[in-house]
Each structure stands twice: as C-alpha cells, then as structure tokens.
Design a protein around this ligand. Sequence first.
Ligand code: ADP
Length: 504
Amino acid sequence: MSKRRYVLAIDQGTTSSRAILFDATLRPLASAQRPLQQIFPADGQVEHDPEHIWADTLAVCREAMETAGIGPRELAAIGLTNQRETTILWERRTGRPVHNAIVWQDRRTAPLCRELEAEGLDLPIRERTGLVVDPYFSATKLAWLLDHVPGARAAAERGELAFGTVDCFLLWRLTGGRVHATDASNAARTMLFDIHHQRWDEELLERLRIPPAVLPAVVDCSGELGATPSSLFGAPVPIAGMAGDQQAATFGQACFEPGAMKSTYGTGCFALLVTGERAVPSRHRLLTTIAWRVGGRTTYALEGSIFSAGATIQWVRDGLRAIGSAAESEAVAASLPDSGGVHLVPAFTGLGAPWWDPDARGAILGLGRDTTLAHIVRAALESTSLQTFDLLEAMDRDLEAAGLPPARGRLRVDGGMVANSWLCQDLADILDRPVDRPAVIETTALGAACLAGLAVGLYPSLEAIAAAWKVERRFAPALDPARRAARIAAWRAALDRVRSTPRD
Ligand code: ADP
C-alpha cells in the first residue's frame, strides 16, 4: 500500500488562512490557522496583502504537517479552497503582485457596475455568467486594477501580467510559477466566464478592456493541477483539487445529487442547491453558478446569500449587550415559549438574496410593555431561520419555473452558528424539512480534501465520499402548521416595513 495516505486541505478564507490534514477515512487529524490582516484604504474598500496570504498559507501547511508528524512523502495530494472573487494581478516574470488583492467585499467599482447596467448588459451578463451585475465579482475589480495601476494595461497587453482569484494565485505560487490556472467553480465567480460554454466571454472582456493574455486556463476542480517544488515542503506534493469555499463546502457535505442542498451559517449565510447538469436560471435574484467540474462534467447550483446570520448574534452580544457570548443565545431562546411577537430584521448592511435591497436598514418590531432583551435574542435567532426560508422559497420558485420539482429534501448545515441546537431545530420547524448537522463540521476544507483525494485515487468515488459523510444530529420539523404560517406571515410583514423597494 502506498505511503501516501493523507490529504492536506488549504482553506484560504477572508479572515484567516487554515490548513487541515485529513486521513484516508476523511477524518481531520491536525490543523493550523493564522488570522489575516484586513486593509481598509478608504470607505467601502477592502484589501488583503497577497504576500501575507502566501506566507500564512505556507506557514499553516508546515505547522499542520508538523503537528500531525506527517512528512511530504506521506501526502497523497493538496486540495485548495478559497475566499471567492477576491482579485489579484501579478507580474509573470517575478511573481510580484502589482497591487494589493481587492477583496470581494470591496465596493469601489460600483460606478462601473452602474455603467454596465445602464448599457443594458445586466441581461446578457445574467444569461452567460449566471450572476447579477455587482462589484462583488472579480470582473470590475480587474478592470479597476488595469485602469489604476500605472502601466498595468500596457504590460497586460504585452502578456507580462497574470490575473487570478486567490485559488489561482496560490496554485501559481505552490507550483513555483509553473501553472497559471483556475478551476471552473472559481472562474464562475469572475463575471467574465460563460458558464454554459465553459469559456471566457469575449464580449465582456472587450467591454471591460481586459486583454485575454492576463487570463488563467480554466481546469476541472479535481485532477492533477501541478506539483509543489521540493523547496516548499521538502519533497514534491501533487495539487489535485480546487474549488471556491461555498462550492467546496457543498462537496464536503456530499450534496452530489440534484435537489441536495447545504447552508453555511457563519457571519453571513450561504445556501447552495445542486441542480445537476442543468444550469437553472433565477427569476428571483439568486445566482446560477458552477458547483464543480469533475471529469469534464459540470454540476450546477443555485446560490443565495444572507448578509447577517452570525453577525446578528454578534450585534446582540456586542451592540445590545443582551448576552455575554454567542453560545448563550441558545439557552436564552430556549427559556421562552416564543418571541412575544417581536421580530428583528437584521438589514444592518441592507438585505441580500432574494431581496437585494442595499438601502434597507435593520429594525426591531412588535415591542410591547412585556418585551425583554430575551425576546430580542430569540427574535435574532429566528431571523436566521426566516431568512433561510425566504432563500429556499425563491429556489423552489426558480425550480418550478424551470419545470423541475421542488427540492423537498434534507438541508445539511454547517458553520460556527450551527453549534446552536435550538437554531437547528428552529430551522427544521420553519423550513418544514429535516436539518442534518454533520459529524465533520469543517466541510469547506473537507470538500477540498475530497476533490484532491478523488483525483489521486485515495477516495475511490463520489459514492465512497457520500458513504463516509456522517450525520452528528438530525433535527425533524415539529412545529404546528398554523403557528408556522403565522410566524412566516408576521416576518414578511416586518420585512415590508424595512424594505426600501415595494413588495414583489
Ligand atoms: P466566519 O467563518 O464567517 O468567521 P464562523 O463559521 O466561524 O464564521 O461562525 C462564527 C459566527 O457564528 C459568529 O458570527 C457568531 O456570532 C456565530 N455563533 C457562534 N456560535 C454560536 C452559537 N452557539 N449560537 C449562535 N451563533 C453563534
């Protein structure tokens, strides 16, 4: 038997860089993590230092291997997952970035997005890339770099510069500058990639004046992508898996079949519904995205995001000082029979899908003389379930419009917030579907490990990965239908009070 029995998963996130070692049974053995410095050059602007990202990535890989006592010759492969959309431009000759990374949260390209909309490009962009026109995606960030870094456009036209999202930049660095490639799931977040024909869209490149010479090759999410030079870890290690963080989490949750879905509850919440080989267009402002491409076959998903999930609990803790820790919210919510008619709409930074209302602001409604802080804590948790309901309802409506049956299956959940069992039960109640919490909660890193392990044969098949996925606890819906309907109706009425645009 080969000595190469472990996979090293790199999870380069917005606020930290992590590495987790998994064994051949998909069990996590050791991990290491470093926080990432956030750079705020001006209001609405967020940057990262790519050299910092690289140094931390190397450091956490070495630390995880050292902690587990596993050497490079025991690694079957490296799998890579990353914060998505964040944009880096670097010199091919030196590998040096010409500017800090522009992070997905950065809003500096809002005026360019408005121009694209005014030119009527929102429809073709939606049709070809599956995305809504927004500064969030990489396209306008890359255009900004080419416009604002002195000499960048001319250098790009001469073929001297390389563009990539964080996966692509790390792959370049991990292969000693030999491979310039991104995977299909990350390419799908650039707003430059035609997700149906699997190619960069020439018309969009032209409109944004992006020279094709800067673009990476687009490859499968699972396959031999390159190898590290011995100088990095002491021996070459193949890099064999790559996917954006939410797509990797979907893979790590073994959501392989059409209709399978997962929802991740961290600061915000991201729900992905796998639609199989069909790219389902959204009429409800969800995103159509590539979940992964394996063996040349593309699996698509519908994606919806909520801006404030765990962030609402942070606010209740730090802003309102109603609880001492996020974990305390569980006992407080469980101590009450209901929220006493209180609703909290956490539109602190506007509302995400399916409303997309950047101008809405948060509100607490339904206060009475008997309202206490505990009611507000409970309403804060309930808002997470109710926002998820809105997302899943939009998904069902999109499926229906595409002539597909609604996704009535289980919801697999992960992220820091699902440690809260009261919340998981409330999700099952409001969604009226079972909610599964997995045994391995690090689903993002797990997904990257699975994609890599699959490519090198350590994990033989999707079926084997699905069989290894284990549930830690199942939550079955148990709420009386009339109470459920009343809660949803009251939530929608509260939403109507805060939305800046009229009801759809
Ligand atoms: P991120 O990856 O976005 O930083 P995590 O997945 O680490 O987020 O989750 C942290 C978030 O989860 C925080 O916003 C925190 O408020 C929330 N959280 C953590 N534990 C609990 C809990 N027991 N109940 C409710 N919310 C929680």
